[in-house]
Write a protein that binds this ligand. Sequence first.
Ligand code: ARG
Length: 462
Amino acid sequence: MWGGRFEAGPDAVMEAINASLPVDKRMWRQDLAGSIAHARMLGETGIVAPEAVQRIVAGLEAIAADWAEHGPPAEGAEDIHMAVEAELARRIGPDAGRLHTARSRNDQVATDLRLWVRDAIDSHLAVLARLATVLVDRAEAEAATIMPGFTHLQVAQPVTLGHHLLAWVEMLGRDAGRLSDARARLNLCPLGSAALAGTGFPIDRESTARALGFAGPTANSLDSVSDRDFAIEYLSAAAQCALHLSRMAEEIILWASQPFGFVRLPDQWSTGSSIMPQKRNPDAAELVRGHSGRILGLMAGLMATMKGLPLAYAKDMQDDKAPVFEAFDLLELALAAMAGMMARLEFVPARMREVAQTGHATATDLADWLVRVHGLPFREAHHLTGRVVRAADARGCRLDELSADELAAVDRRLDSRALALLSVEASVESRTSPGGTAPQCVRAAAAEARARVRTWAGSFAA
Ligand code: ARG
């Protein structure tokens, strides 16, 4: 392509280090779409004669049809842009050489990758919505199921399982928001920035931007060919989402372990052991947790690639694609695995309730009652309740197993009304503050979340 200036061909190792086709062939659809938009614009503006444009566009469309069936070539060109141009030349001859008028691979690759990341985000959003919908369905069904809530991984207060599942939906909602924000910011078209300085041809950047579904052209040609913020933003949104999936996976792993016993992994989502016949391992959850570390590393990797680069383009940036593609594959799979696992996870409510009743988890309810009914300052109520906990520990029983006499012996103000508060059901039912764990709140929150999740995917008209 640029042989005119050289006498000798490249060293084999030079070719090897320079080649990106094995990686960037994954952008062939985007590259062809960008080239078709560019070619049409060259025709509209009279930069290239209409007959030549027709031949070019027809050739590119034929390549698209062909590659949709057989895939793009794996070798024979330096990168996907060269591969397309070479293939076009094979098909239509010298007119193929007119396609690259007023264009550089620098603005071309920046455009291709933006298009690719935009599709990646849309695909993630669809799977995120699927996972969240599963969680909302299950939360609704488990709105009144009691489980222990933890702080410091110590039983803290009883909560409802539905409330816990909806907490995950909130995490995923912020991920969807971050991906959507990144999508909106990346949706400007670098095409027409050429190598770095723009071009002297009378191009129409609005036209190519519109044809490719962008909101408009980017503003500065130097920035356009050197900006990879959109890839980093995508990776950081992906890493944050993976981090959430990892935390969810960690809870599944804990819950499925014998000491917890809160869930049973369905057969479809368990693996056995090659030596221990009794085993039922949460490998998928562990791999989701593991993949999140890799995705985080990919984000850090691209940041490290970019951090020392002066304006405008440098070949270091060719390394932007592998981390984006790899993160996409890992996250897409992790999201799908979580959706599948969550849909089929078997809950064990009896065990959750049993553990919720340990650790005097309703002590706060008693302290709150002393404040509400007897007007005690909370600190004093806290202290008095501490003495009730001690009495229960001394007898080796739960708070709600203390008799009225035993309660009154701690303090006369503790009458039978106080006793009624100490069940885990009473505790969760009382937590009706906005965002609280009471079953009625969870049902309302699930309905509200369901409506919100519907807006995550498919809200971007192309
Ligand atoms: N394969 C290259 C990349 O991905 C395309 C841009 C090449 N530009 C250049 N000036 N050599 O970055």
